[in-house]
Structures are given as structure tokens and as C-alpha cells.
Write a protein that binds this ligand. Structure first.
Ligand code: ADP
Ligand code: MG
Ligand code: ZN
Length: 555
């Protein structure tokens, strides 16, 4: 079976994480591989998935019994025949593993390195028809490293004895350790080495709330006339309408989606590959197999499905290392849509919970108050400094201390038993006596009406940012009712502060706009207007603007 359906069906992932696809390809095609990836980068998948793509058994050498057990449990739950051979096994477990091995039922066998010291292991593995070896935490073979395991030295012998391909994985990237791993595990046969952190420093990251989304995309594309770009759209219909709108603006654009005839799809792929300055408006069906190095920009007309999907899609830009730009649009409707896709899917509850968390991570990135690259790489387990190549670094947004607001939300959630969605919680905070509020007696709670200082849409912005910071989560076991996370307790106790973006909260307010015909040079009138604007803003508690005929704006 090929990689993509297995990725979804067995592991429940939307896409590869950066670097995984290349490694999976190499391992699946039987190469010797050394892959260095940051912690949390998803190394396990890079040997588990190829193990399912080929026939027979893959042996995984791994140093930690607890870790092996976790992985075996997860694989077994996903329907994969996997087992572990460790000193932690009971007699019964052991004989079951041995039986399954000789019946050649297993696809993955985890084995502790100590096992390799036993004379019985090699003959056993010979009989079991091993097709490949994977070595996790391969730096344990390095005598200079802090994790040295003498038994890891036997992995090299195992490889020679079985003469099957070997793939080694580690997060330790320094050159010395790397050389030592290669020498001890592969001997003279140099493996294909994959060494990549997640950072793609040449890709500029930017998000914008939807605010006339078609205009936003057209402006972005027009400013990049003559450059090849992709606009990812949430629906097939939108790929068509956007392509047409771009064409009407005089830009060359074609649509691409899974509903098109294969011939037409191929024609678009070839044209994009060959032509300069073509824009493809596409669903996520466009991507796998697109290998164009000079894609200069990638826009998302709708919020992607997950942070992994986001990374993979923007990662198609700037493969040549030259600057590439991105723009991701998002709005409350996208978030609702993505949430309901998770909730209404057929996945088991735990997977839904994980999918919500992944969606929240993307939301957190979209509404980040600090460098987006730091947030993105942090999600993948890599640390970074403020990058200077994202919209937040370009123009840091104003923030405010939202700790009190966050505490109000958290206590409203707690007082109502972590069973209600955002709408009800906000009704409670702003003191809106809905039928449900009165039916449940929530109008008698001390939190009823404590949030009158903010409007409904402002509270929505606060709640969204709290989801993004993983302070609250929708709980699929309670029909999406909001529950608070472990991280939220520190906020409730006042030990952690919550910094919120002011622009996202205040843009939620409708604005008062005063258009005027007066001469901008007229100083006394101008100051009168400014005073009027301030008074309006204070009275209505919304932003107010004065706009002159040439569209100069006074805040
Ligand atoms: P590593 O061994 O590199 O530290 P793991 O293999 O333990 O990383 O994976 C870290 C986390 O990332 C796990 O929770 C795993 O489920 C998740 N993960 C791995 N690959 C993907 C993917 N393609 N999409 C989403 N999540 C992934
Ligand atoms: Mg690991
Ligand atoms: Zn940055």
C-alpha cells in the first residue's frame, strides 16, 4: 500500500511533517538511511510507515522499554500486528511473541538492545524473515555521547548477519556523533543521510483575519504579478471562482481539484511546472508530486486543516532557497467548519481530542502575539529566536494583559461543569438571560454578567486566543463543551499571565466611521473632528475613524 492512505487510515494524520516524506520514501525503497530530526519531529513514523508499505517483518531496536510498550500499544490499537521483546515481558507474553514470530504474523517487532547479546536472538530473527532493521535513538551507539549503550554496538553485527537495509534515527545532530553512528552501524556502506531541522528561513510567514477575503487574495497575488504561486482553497467551487477572479484582474490562473479529470489535472501540473508566473488555485489535492523549486508564494484563502497541513503546504514555496512569501487567511467560519469536521468525523474520541489540539495549535499560530516562526518551530519541538521574517516580527502587534479576562472565562467554564460551548459561556459572562441560561439557573451564578466590559465579539476573540494558547479545549466526550487544560490552572491561581493581542480583540468591534468633505488643511476643524471622534469612541465604546475624501484615515 502506498504512503498517503496508510498515513491517514493507520496513523490518523493529514499529512507528513517536514522531512518525513523523503525519509519514508528512502526507507520504503530499501535504502540504508541515517535520519537526524529534532525531538518531537516524528521519527517513529519514518520507520513504522515503511514497515507497513513492504511485506514481512521490520525489527526496531529501541532503548526504552516504556517507550516500546507505548508504541506497541498504539500500533496494536490501530490494527497493526506489533509486539515487543523485552526483559519486561511476562512468560506468557514472551511465548505469544515467539509464536507470532514463527507464524510470521508480525509486521513490527520492537527489541531491547540487551536482547542482541543473547545467542538465541539471531537464529530467531533469521527464522522470522526480517526485511529491515530500524534503530531508534541511534546516538546510543556513540561512546562519547551521554546515552551510550554497549549493546547498541551489536546492531552493526545484526545488520551484517541478516543483510537487510538499516535505517537509523536520532535527534543528536553534531557531526562527531553522526560519523560515529555511520561507522558503527553501517561500516563501509555509506547510508543516505537526512539532516534537517524544520526551519525554512527563506519563507516569510503571515496570517490575516478574513476581511474581504477575495480582495485580500487578489491584492496579494497582484503585488506578485509574474511570480508562480499557489492559492489553497477550502472547496472545489472556490478554486474555480478565484481562478476566474484572478483572470479578470489580468493574472494567469488555473483551478485544480480532485473532481477534475485526471488528464486535466496532469495538464495543469505540467503547465505549472513549465510556465513562469502561473497561479494555481487548488484544493489540497494539489501538492504531492509537485516538484517546482521556484514557487515564490503560497496563499491560503481558507484556514488549513491542521498545523501539519499548513507547514506542508507553505513548504512547497521557495524550495530553491530564494525568498518566498505566504499569506494565510482565517475567519470564525473556518474555525467552526474545521471543528465540526473533527466532531462529525468517524474517528475515535481520543483521536478527535488530538485533532482539536492540532487545530488549536494552528489557531494559536494564526493569533500568535509573538514571532510566528518561534511558535511554529516550537510546536515541532525545535527552539528558535525571533526570526525577522514574519509579519509579527515585521510589525509587532499591540498586546494587553488579558489575565483577568481569561480568568473570567475559566471560572465560567468551571462553574458550569465544563459542559458548554463558547456561545453559552459568553452569554453567561455578558449577562445575556437566554432561555438556556435561565433554565439551568445560570443567571444566579456569581459569574453571570461579570464580563459586561467586553462585547460578545470581543469575548469570542478572547476565547479564540485562549484556545490557541491551549488554555481551554473542546472536549469531544462532552459534545464539544469547553474544558480547561492543566496549563490553565496556573492562570486561575494568578501564577501565569495571559498576554492577548489587542488588534484581534478590538477589531472584533464594529467601528464608527465618519466621512467628511472638509479640507484636511483646516487645522481648527481638524482638531474639532478629532475631539468628536474621541467622544464618539468613548460613548459607543467602539473604535471611531474619520475618513477624508482621499481616504486618509484619522484614528
Ligand atoms: P520523535 O521520535 O522524533 O521525537 P515521535 O515519533 O515521538 O517524535 O512523534 C512526536 C509526535 O508527533 C507524536 O505525538 C506523533 O503522533 C506526532 N506526529 C508524528 N508524525 C506526525 C504527522 N505526520 N502528523 C501529525 N502528527 C505527527
Ligand atoms: Mg522518538
Ligand atoms: Zn518572526
Amino acid at each position: 500500500m502506498s504512503a498517503a492512505p496508510l498515513l491517514r487510515q493507520v496513523f490518523g494524520f493529514d499529512g507528513f511533517r517536514p522531512g518525513q516524506e523523503e525519509i519514508v520514501d528512502a526507507v520504503a525503497s530499501g535504502r540504508d538511511v541515517l535520519a537526524i530530526m529534532p525531538t518531537g519531529g516524528g521519527k517513529s513514523l519514518c520507520y513504522q510507515l515503511p514497515a507497513l508499505m513492504r511485506d514481512g517483518l521490520t525489527v526496531v531496536v529501541s532503548p526504552l522499554i516504556a517507550l516500546m510498550r507505548d508504541q506497541v500499544r498504539a500500533l496494536t490499537e490501530a490494527g497493526v500486528a506489533a509486539a515487543a521483546l523485552t526483559s519486561g515481558n511476562s512468560e506468557d507474553e514472551n511465548s505469544e511473541v515467539l509464536r507470532a514470530l514463527s507464524a510470521r504474523e508480525l509486521r513490527l517487532l520492537y527489541i531491547a538492545p540487551e536482547r542482541l547479546a543473547s545467542g538465541a536472538t539471531l537464529p530467531l530473527l533469521r527464522r522470522a524473515g526480517v526485511q529491515a532493521i530500524a534503530v531508534d535513538e541511534a546516538h546510543c551507539v556513540s561512546q562519547w555521547g551521554h546515552d551510550f549503550r554497549p549493546d547498541y554496538l551489536r546492531v552493526g553485527e545484526l545488520r551484517r548477519a541478516l543483510s537487510v537495509p538499516l535505517a537509523a534515527f536520532t535527534a543528536t545532530a553534531d557531526a562527531e556523533t553522526r560519523d560515529e553512528i555511520v561507522a558503527r552501524l553501517f561500516g563501509d556502506a555509506a547510508p543516505q543521510v537526512f539532516l534537517r531541522g524544520f526551519d525554512r528561513p527563506n519563507i516569510h510567514l503571515a496570517f490575516q483575519p478574513k476581511d474581504g477575503p477575495r480582495r485580500q487574495i487578489l491584492d496579494f497575488a497582484t503585488a506578485r504579478r509574474g511570480q508562480s504561486g499557489i492559492v489553497y482553497c477550502g472547496t472545489r467551487a472556490k478554486t474555480e471562482t478565484l481562478a476566474q477572479a484572478l483572470n479578470e484582474t489580468g493574472l494567469a490562473a488555473v483551478a485544480y481539484h480532485g473532481g477534475m479529470e485526471p488528464d486535466n489535472r496532469r495538464a495543469v501540473e505540467t503547465r505549472f511546472q513549465r510556465e513562469d508566473g502561473l497561479i494555481v488555485t487548488a484544493t489540497v489535492a494539489f501538492g504531492m508530486g509537485i516538484d517546482k523549486p521556484d514557487i515564490r508564494w503560497v496563499a491560503h484563502a481558507d484556514l488549513p486543516k491542521s498545523i501539519e497541513a499548513y507547514y506542508q503546504e507553505i513548504g512547497r514555496g521557495g524550495r530553491d532557497g530564494a525568498p518566498a512569501e505566504t499569506l494565510t487567511l482565517y475567519g470564525p467560519d473556518d474555525i467552526r467548519l474545521r471543528r465540526s469536521q473533527v466532531d462529525e468525523g468517524l474517528a475515535p474520541v481520543e483521536r478527535k481530542a488530538a485533532d482539536h489540539t492540532r487545530l488549536n495549535a494552528l489557531l494559536g499560530l494564526a493569533e500568535s502575539a509573538t514571532c510566528r516562526r518561534v511558535a511554529l518551530l516550537g510546536y515541532f519541538g525545535e527552539s528558535a529566536e525571533a526570526c525577522g521574517n514574519c509579519d509579527i516580527c515585521d510589525a509587532p502587534p499591540a498586546t494587553f494583559d488579558g489575565t483577568q479576562a481569561a480568568q473570567k472565562v475559566l471560572s465560567a467554564i468551571l462553574r458550569t461543569g465544563e459542559t458548554y460551548g463558547a456561545g453559552h459561556i459568553i452569554d453567561l459572562l455578558i449577562g445575556n438571560p437566554t432561555e438556556r441560561i435561565s433554565a439551568r439557573g445560570h443567571d444566579r451564578l456569581p459569574t453571570f454578567g461579570v464580563g459586561k466590559d467586553l462585547s460578545r465579539s470581543e469575548w469570542q476573540a478572547v476565547v479564540r486566543q485562549m484556545l490557541g494558547r491551549d488554555l481551554i479545549r473542546p472536549d469531544p466526550e462532552r459534545h464539544g463543551g469547553l474544558a480547561i487544560t492543566a496549563a490553565a490552572h496556573a492562570v486561575l491561581r494568578g501564577e501565569e499571565t495571559v498576554t492577548l493581542r489587542r488588534d484581534l480583540v478590538s477589531r472584533a468591534r464594529p467601528a464608527v466611521v465618519v466621512r467628511t468633505q472638509v479640507d484636511e488643511e483646516d487645522a481648527p476643524l481638524l482638531s474639532a473632528l478629532k475631539a468628536r471622534r474621541r467622544a464618539l469612541a468613548e460613548a459607543a465604546r467602539v473604535p471611531a475613524y474619520v475618513i477624508f475624501p482621499d481616504r486618509t484615515l484619522i484614528e
